[in-house]
Design a protein around this ligand. Structure first.
Ligand code: DC
Length: 239
């Protein structure tokens, strides 16, 4: 696939890509906290843009209007006291709205368009600031941060990802069959890996980490170990 070159980022970047349900959100949040680095949740940018489109009555199929909107929206992520993240769209908190299934669905529709993806490139790169940044997404290593210090492709079997998602939904009181979830995930994987625009594939120089049989702390430790092979990082608690 084509990999756009970029100028060297102004700070070290740890790019974590992979399919839904691989645990990227949890792992990248913990990594950012452990390292004392900034976090870019690139999926949230697609979600916020979809939300902005909805508010401005821009159709999710109007590629030009979406690309223009992407240049205009002001998105900010602010860490809250509980270790979570507050998302602002043009000064308004939209965290909960952005996390809904509806926003995820809309995000996936607009993420198919090359023009929309192009319009978000500079914004995503602007998040790379000292002392460093952890970037969570699908094309962080292949397109946005091609010079990342370390690229990790985090994955797990479709069954395990379905199991994790099932547990998550159950905790929210939503009952769906594990078999159906498993099937959906396998189908989505095939579609994501084969789509023409920004297919989900590991960068050539990514290290693939299969988290199926690993605990969350094990995954975090493994990635920190890999990173410390490349750059000097402060010991735990001193980041
Ligand atoms: O990771 P997420 O569920 O918040 O992502 C929302 C949607 O955006 C999902 O359908 C994949 C898409 N996406 C993308 O195409 N490229 C990214 N870098 C991040 C997310």
């Amino acid at each position: 696939m084509s990999q756009t070159r970029q100028d060297a980022p102004p700070a070290p970047v740890l790019a974590v890509d992979g399919p839904s349900g691989a645990g990227k959100g949890t792992i990248t949040r913990l990594l950012a906290r452990r390292l004392g680095w900034h976090l870019l949740d690139s999926g949230a940018l697609y979600r916020v843009l979809a939300l902005a489109a909805n508010r401005e009555r821009v159709s999710l199929d109007d590629i030009d209007a979406l690309a223009a909107l992407a240049q205009k929206v002001r998105v900010r992520f602010v860490s809250d006291e509980a270790g979570g993240e507050r998302i602002y769209l043009d000064g308004e908190v939209v965290t909960d709205e952005v996390r809904t299934e509806r926003a995820g669905d809309a995000a996936s529709r607009i993420a198919r368009f090359q023009e929309v993806r192009d319009a978000l490139v500079d914004l995503q790169r602007s998040f790379a600031r000292p002392p460093g940044m952890v970037a969570d997404g699908r094309d962080m290593g292949t397109r946005i941060f091609t010079d990342a210090t370390l690229k990790v492709f985090l994955t797990a079997t479709a069954e395990e990802r379905a199991r994790r998602r099932h547990k998550q939904l159950k905790e929210k009181g939503i009952d769906v069959s594990l078999a159906a979830l498993s099937r959906d995930i396998a189908e989505r994987d095939a579609r994501d890996a084969q789509r023409a625009v920004a297919p989900l594939v590991p960068a050539d120089d990514a290290r693939v980490l299969d988290s199926t049989d690993m605990s969350i702390p094990q995954v975090v430790d493994r990635i920190v170990d890999w990173l410390s092979e490349r750059i000097e990082i402060p010991p735990v608690g001193q980041a």
